[in-house]
Design a protein around this ligand. Structure first.
Ligand code: ADP
Ligand code: ASP
Ligand code: MG
Length: 416
């Protein structure tokens, strides 16, 4: 078996869906599981539905209607005026989502989020599967919720590998192409769960691991893994080969082309991962696998934006590490700050964080009772893997350096 993954960008409109069919024709489609994300920015729109549902001053209905129209527009472009059964399916899915919200009594936003946002993937896979069959590519639709079994940690569910393995073996049979959803699964009570934003790459790895797949290909709008995000940096270079370890490091530091959780299951079974362009499917792209660390060996640039730098110092000259570190980490954890970099001296401690849930003011209030705190908002964290002497020159010309940290392989610069 092979596993393919098409992300939101590859199915953002009717042309994208047609291109998926083209890629499958070019690359063959038997003994293949295709995992697909929600179309374009649908997941963001679904998040808006949930936000409006919980906001007493707003209604979720108009956003849901826009989502329905968006999918029906794609459907009518794909089937050119005819009324295929998938039109009814789209309307039914939207109605089901609305019925859930109308009847829901759960006050838990994360639970409601998963029940609602998952409709994005159900819609996209229904449309793609119908279109493939329409153009003569036999395909079977598989509900990922009956394959990917998780705990009930809504919005960021953890895999139950044993149950998932068993379920995938029961569900995925025969050589006919299978179409399933990325990002979603279900818990013991069969409530829908999601694996965290951008989690479809991880879904592809889950299917691949459980099926003992020969390889996984994630199809992207870029030629493969580059040494920097082309949306941010000029003159990027394609990495032809990188090791699992290097890919995990790049993803960890924030190279958003691969979801960080994707690599571990693949590495465990040594399943190669290809990252390729959906516009040029025959080009080699990047292979992630065993062997050399990276080819070509060039500096790789990763940037994280909208971070905050906090510099804490003790008022009584007590040592930060000995006396205060556990307290500081507990506060960071309690305020759901994701920590990107730490640096300490005897009496001061600096930490670069992402305040995803807007808890900074509350946390600063608590910290200031105990420490002198310098807060620098809106900083960038540049990470340069395999840096060379002049790798940071251009960055240093255009930004102000606030903090620097280096190891043998990695240079990190916090900049304003
Ligand atoms: P999808 O969700 O459709 O699978 P994403 O948009 O999540 O795709 O990922 C592809 C994008 O990742 C590219 O358009 C590119 O801007 C960005 N990206 C970030 N870092 C890199 C990198 N090192 N190499 C290639 N693309 C990168
Ligand atoms: N649709 C989900 C998201 O946008 C999952 C994914 O695309 O990987 O986060
Ligand atoms: Mg994505």
């Amino acid at each position: 078996m092979r596993v393919f993954k098409f992300g939101g960008a590859s199915v953002k409109d009717a042309e994208g869906v047609k291109n998926v069919a083209h890629v499958l024709k070019e690359m063959g489609h038997e003994n293949t599981v295709v995992v697909i994300s929600a179309m374009g920015k649908t997941t963001n729109a679904m998040e808006e539905v949930v936000a409006n549902y919980f906001d007493d001053t707003k209604s979720h209905l108009s956003t849901l209607k826009e989502i329905e129209d968006f999918h029906l527009t794609i459907t009518s472009a794909l089937f050119e005026g005819s009324q295929p059964p998938v039109v009814k399916q789209v309307k039914t899915l939207i109605a089901e989502c609305n019925t859930f919200l109308t009847n829901n009594r759960s006050p838990h936003p994360a639970f409601v989020y998963d029940q609602v946002v998952s409709f994005g993937e159900l819609l996209s896979t229904s449309i793609v599967c119908a279109y493939l069959n329409h153009v003569g590519i036999a395909a079977e639709w598989i509900d990922a919720r009956s394959c990917v079994k998780t705990d009930s940690f809504y919005r960021s569910a953890h895999l139950d590998w044993d149950r998932t393995q068993k379920a995938i073996h029961e569900q995925v049979k025969g050589p006919v192409l299978k179409i399933s959803q990325g990002f979603i699964g279900s818990d013991d009570n069969n409530f829908t769960t999601t694996l965290g934003r951008e989690g479809s790459d991880y879904s592809a790895a889950i299917f691949a691991y459980c099926l003992g797949a020969t390889d996984v290909t994630i199809w992207k709008d870029v030629p493969g893994v580059l040494n920097a995000d082309p949306r941010v940096f000029d003159k990027t270079q394609l990495l032809h080969h990188i090791s699992y370890q290097e890919a995990i490091e790049l993803a960890f530091y924030g190279a958003s082309v691969i979801h960080p959780k994707t690599l571990q299951p693949l590495q465990r079974k040594e399943i190669p991962l290809f990252v390729k362009s959906f516009l040029h499917p025959k080009e080699a792209g990047t292979q992630v696998g065993k062997g050399v660390r990276m080819r070509p060996e060039v500096p790789c640039y990763i940037v994280k934006k909208e971070l905050s730098l906090l510099r804490l110092s003790t008022r009584d000259f007590s040592f930060v590490m000995e006396d205060n570190i556990s307290e500081i980490f507990k506060l960071l954890h309690d305020h759901k700050m994701s920590v990107d970099l730490i640096q300490n001296s005897a009496i001061s401690f600096s930490v670069c964080v992402k305040d995803k849930y807007h808890n900074m003011d509350a946390m600063l209030h608590t910290l200031r009772a105990r420490f002198d705190v310098e807060h620098t908002p809106e900083v960038y964290l540049y990470t340069i893997r395999h840096f060379e002497e002049n790798s940071a020159d251009a960055l240093l010309k255009s930004h102000e350096l606030v903090l620097e940290q280096r190891s043998e392989t990695t240079l990190q610069l916090v900049m304003k």
